[in-house]
Design a protein. Structure first.
Length: 264
């Protein structure tokens, strides 16, 4: 991870804080965000960094004594817990912003407090995009290399959606578009000649793959609270988008052929 990618990763964590204010402490969204934040701070700064230590010490709940009538104790405790959670979110924002400040002032290599382990974060592995479909690569490579992994995934499957819409001529989007275009009976785009049962099975299978890519990958990435932080997992998603994009390129638009023949 280079310096700009490190800053981008921290900025992504900071952006999520506004969304985390809408959920409760120790919810699944909050827990994932804390774990991701600690891992990134450890990778960038090391466990000996005061910024890492300060973030790790956040308790996300109220631990003081409460004096209140028994009938109101539950309400008072809930209010105190909420206030403590929001206060710690604000502190977390400060720690993450301080990490960015330190990286910008001193450089990534100088802020790490952990000795030789720096090698695992300062090394910047080369990811080969040369085999990724050109349209997916054009829209996603720069997002990936700057650490915007969730946006790269979302963009890849948006590109796929646009490609199918352009080739089919349908004014639809998402799962509904894919289901109609790649349906087994009278498909608009066929992925093979549909000459035997094996090819019919392949057509139906790819219909489900295209539909699933919209429902199971693109839509969650458009609304997900927590950013993807794993570059390898991101590349795996991009590879799926690339494969499906190539099948769109290779597919035959059967209904347009039928209309052309009928016009003569």
């Amino acid at each position: 991870m280079d310096q700009q990618a490190a800053i981008s990763a921290l900025e992504n964590l900071i952006r999520n804080i506004n969304l985390l204010q809408k959920v409760s402490a120790f919810s699944s969204e909050h827990t994932r965000w804390v774990i991701n934040s600690l891992q990134i701070l450890e990778d960038l700064l090391g466990k000996s960094s005061p910024i890492y230590s300060g973030f790790a010490s956040l308790r996300w709940q109220y631990h003081g004594s409460i004096v209140a009538p028994q009938s109101f104790a539950g309400v008072v405790i809930e209010k105190k817990m909420r206030e403590a959670y929001l206060s710690d979110l604000d502190s977390a924002r400060g720690f993450l912003e301080a990490a960015i400040d330190q990286i910008r002032m001193k450089g990534l290599a100088s802020v790490y407090k952990g000795g030789p382990a720096l090698e695992r974060v300062s090394s910047n592995p080369s990811y080969d995009f040369s085999k990724i479909h050109p349209r997916v690569r054009k829209e996603c490579e720069s997002l990936f290399t700057t650490g915007h992994y969730s946006e790269a995934i979302r963009k890849a499957f948006t590109v796929l959606d646009v490609m199918v819409r352009e080739k089919s001529g349908l004014d639809k989007s998402g799962k509904a578009l894919m289901g109609e275009v790649f349906r087994l009976n009278d498909p608009i785009i066929r992925v093979n000649g549909l000459g035997d049962q094996s090819e019919r099975d392949e057509q139906e299978g790819f219909m489900f793959l295209f539909m699933g890519s919209m429902q199971g990958i693109r839509n969650p990435k458009s609304h997900d609270l927590i950013d993807q932080q794993d570059p390898i997992r991101t590349l795996e998603y991009l590879a799926i988008a690339s494969l499906l994009a190539r099948r769109v390129d290779e597919g035959k638009v059967t209904q347009l052929e039928v209309r052309d023949k009928s016009a003569h």
